[in-house]
Design a binder for this molecule. Structure first.
Ligand SMILES: Cc1cc2nc3c(=O)[nH]c(=O)nc-3n(C[C@H](O)[C@H](O)[C@H](O)COP(=O)(O)O)c2cc1C
Length: 245
């Protein structure tokens, strides 16, 4: 099984999202998957020009940048992890441009699906004609899980658009704690990484999380009111410092 993660954080390796992706991929690799972790920020990815050259060229985009190589990895994967920081309740701009550009490997035209809705016709670009399953991994600063509602809906629609499944969703609220290096929270953060490792193993084995893993993944690291108190104190200290400069 080949799993490719595309990470849309400008912070790349040092970001909160990457803490999640790394632990998840390590688990998947331990269970036998071949994994790759790609940072979109390291790549040249230009905006889609809507020229539809891809329609008449068998999926070849008119823009000569890194997307051709990234799409080769995309179609050769069994699972694609779309990893992103939550930006204005959505994917980062970088991830959105990547998703826009991926239409070049789609299939033009629609047909009626089993649910009565019109859907894309199957694309010929995928390995054995089967699109990769999607997994979304995202981190956010805010403590409420409802902040991921729009992203979750977007990812479900995107997966459906590709005639595939959103096999799993992993959302971390209070995401800044993942890289904050707070000594007393180390056991909690390490426990979360172990949980992500387990989630990676489960996906390779069953293509889904156990109920227990799913439930644990939906917990905040610390109670929201304590988190906000600490977060605001840090922000206020930072603001006071910048005013004294
Ligand atoms: C432009 C921008 C928009 C953001 N929007 C949100 C948001 O809507 N909700 C939220 O909880 N956090 C928001 N954040 C915070 C990031 O989602 C959070 O810090 C995330 O963990 C960063 O992940 P990274 O370190 O992998 O980049 C935003 C940050 C930036 C820079």
């Amino acid at each position: 099984m080949k799993i490719t993660a595309f990470n849309g954080s400008p912070r790349r390796k040092s970001g909160n999202t990457n803490v999640m992706v790394t632990a998840f991929l390590e688990g998947a690799e331990a269970a036998g998957a071949e994994v790759e972790n790609i940072f979109l920020a390291d790549k040249e990815i230009n905006h889609c020009k809507a020229c539809y050259h891809c329609l008449s060229s068998g999926g070849k985009c008119s823009i000569d940048d890194d997307m051709g190589d990234l799409m080769s990895k995309f179609v050769a994967s069994d699972i694609v992890v779309l990893a992103t920081p939550l930006y204005v309740f959505n994917v980062s701009g970088m991830m959105k441009v990547f998703m826009d550009r991926s239409i070049c490997i789609g299939s033009p035209g629609y047909e009626k699906g089993e649910d009565g809705e019109y859907q894309s016709r199957p694309s010929k670009h995928f390995k054995n004609g089967i699109p990769p399953k999607f997994i979304v991994i995202a981190s956010a600063t805010r403590p409420d899980r409802s902040n991921f509602q729009a992203l979750s809906l977007l990812m479900k629609k995107a997966a459906k658009g590709w005639l595939t499944d959103l096999a799993a969703e992993i959302y971390a609220t209070e995401g800044e704690l993942l890289t904050a290096g707070v000594k007393e929270l180390e056991p909690i953060i390490n426990g979360y990484k172990e949980l992500l490792h387990k989630a990676g193993r489960e996906i390779v084995k069953d293509m889904k999380f156990s109920d227990e893993t799913q439930k644990l993944l939906e917990q905040n690291f610390i109670p929201a009111d304590i988190y906000v108190q600490r977060f605001n104190a840090k922000i206020d200290m930072f603001l006071a410092g910048s005013q004294n400069k």
